[in-house]
Design a protein around this ligand. Sequence first.
Ligand code: FES
Length: 188
Amino acid sequence: MLPAMTHGGDIIAEVLARHGVTHLFALCGGHISPILTGAQSRGLRVVDENGAPLTLGALPEDGFITVYPEGQVGRADSQALLIRVPKGLLELPPARMAAVPDGVYVAYSKLCTHAGCPVGLYRARERSLLCPCHQSQFNVLNGAKPYFGPAARPLPQLPLGLDQEGLLVALGDFYEPVGPAFWDRSKS
Ligand code: FES
């Protein structure tokens, strides 16, 4: 059954998804834009480093894994840490909690907001993420706010949902720019 449609791009995106189409190439712009918007609104699957999709059973409690939106495996600015926290512990604003499937699967950018090192260590006892470069620590339960070390900005959250097959999907881009602030200034 089709979800509530807003434009023709949604319908085409639904049909493409049913037929397993994952890539479209256009020789020019124009009418491809609504299709792209429709496809993005359906969500990109979240996959592990081998490109495998993930379900709600993917991780044990306090398990964590590096994930990417499908089609972006290996891209440094797309990598995120998916963490399954025990139910009832997350303290996020309602809108952000809605992007945490089953109330337990939260994902944050893996790029440290201090100088861009990969934040690779999850410490389950403190529910914190640790950056090995200069020891910044981020509180997983309150939106990955830094509480120790030189990082001044939280790790941006990746909004997640579930598709009709029960697979984790990214519902959009990270809520904030990833990586250190000077990366953004250099792009402008
Ligand atoms: S790069 Fe992470 S603390 Fe410096």
